[in-house]
Design a protein around this ligand. Structure first.
Ligand SMILES: Nc1nc2c(ncn2[C@@H]2O[C@H](COP(=O)(O)OP(=O)(O)OP(=O)(O)O)[C@@H](O)[C@H]2O)c(=O)[nH]1
Ligand SMILES: [K+]
Ligand SMILES: [Mg+2]
Length: 311
């Protein structure tokens, strides 16, 4: 792909290569079909709490130190690499929510020729597993049909995709009939993401640890970068700032239930995730049968779409 000149004539060829790569990546990381589902060797940690946050990073950057400081859970800390070899869970209680924090073994660069360090490598590794960081799902519709060929429409001017490229990508997936509609300037990778499905979109904070070892000038540069959070886990610098940022990125909604004529119980909120926060989701969190008898809800608060009149 690097050797292919990028222009209109080669766009469909590049799109085809990208689709081939996406397919090969999926096969590479797919769990083996036979041989019994392994026990996961310590990586299978029971999901608990209202949200989960994973610590992903190079060896010895201070992930375990951070887990210990934020959750009080013990995970071994040492100056040598790969001290942590399994997944160690801890719990943060924050603003009424129970957040599960996962300490993980250090990751190393998968690509031998990867020149980047730090953020670029982490991003590349996660992207390779179908994880999309700080990104919204592509705003495009892709609908398979039985006949009619590939129909490509767009409500905006496209600089990345044209009919030939869309056809080339679809043919790689043996899709010969489909409607593709774009509502923004989508790339070949965006279209592939939609066809592949099973992409996971999640927020990500780049925590820069050990700021006790850098200069103030360096710190000022780091502080301005989007999604960055400088800390010193060891000296407990800016851990409050990090918690704030985790809270912001998790985008949780707290619902306080209110008995009629009485004040809400501000001690024990029901926590809803950013993706499931309707009244229906709330009911299902309380009890699976609640919806059957449900008539109406009175909702107050800054995040309510329709605020109810005062009781
Ligand atoms: N100067 C400084 N050192 C730190 C800080 N946080 C952690 N360390 C040190 O960095 C080393 C590695 O810390 P760990 O917490 O074991 O790092 P890790 O990322 O869990 O390492 P692995 O489990 O091996 O991947 C230890 O010697 C820590 O004491 C910090 O904020 N400042
Ligand atoms: K270590
Ligand atoms: Mg560790």
């Amino acid at each position: 792909m690097a050797r292919t000149q990028k222009n209109k004539a080669t766009a469909h060829h590049l799109g085809l290569l990208k689709a081939k790569l996406a397919k090969l990546r999926r096969e590479l990381i797919a769990p083996p079909s036979k041989g019994g589902g392994g026990a996961g060797e310590g990586f299978d940690v029971t999901k608990s709490g209202d949200a989960r946050v994973g610590l992903v990073g190079f060896p010895s950057v201070g992930k375990s130190t951070l887990l210990n400081k934020l959750t009080g859970t013990f995970s071994e800390v040492a100056s040598y690499e790969f001290t942590t070899l399994t997944c160690i869970p801890g719990v943060i209680m924050y603003r009424g929510a129970k957040i599960q924090l996962l300490d993980l073994p250090g990751i190393i660069e998968g690509a031998k020729d990867g020149k980047g360090r730090g953020r670029q490598v982490i991003k590349k590794e996660l992207e390779g597993f179908g994880i999309r960081l700080n990104k919204e799902p592509p705003n495009l519709t892709f609908r398979r049909k039985d006949k009619g060929g590939i129909n490509f429409t767009s409500t905006v001017t496209n600089t990345h995709l044209d009919l030939d490229t869309v056809k080339a990508i679809c043919s790689e997936y043996r899709i010969h009939n489909a409607d593709v509609n774009l509502r923004y300037d989508a790339t070949a990778d965006d279209l592939i993401d939609i066809i592949e499905g099973s992409r996971v979109y999640m927020p990500c904070i780049y925590v820069v640890n050990k700021i006790d070892q850098i200069t103030l000038e360096e710190l000022e540069i780091l502080d301005k970068l989007p999604h960055y959070c400088p800390i010193s886990a060891h000296l407990e610098w800016n851990l409050d700032g990090l918690l704030d940022k985790i809270w912001e990125y998790l985008n949780l909604t707290r619902i306080y239930t209110k008995p009629k004529g009485m004040n809400p119980d501000y001690e024990d909120p029901v926590i809803l995730s950013s993706k499931k926060k309707t009244v229906e989701d709330f009911c299902n969190r309380i009890h699976k049968d609640m919806l059957k008898q449900f008539k109406y809800a009175l909702v107050w608060g800054s995040s309510a779409k329709h605020t109810s009149p005062k009781e």
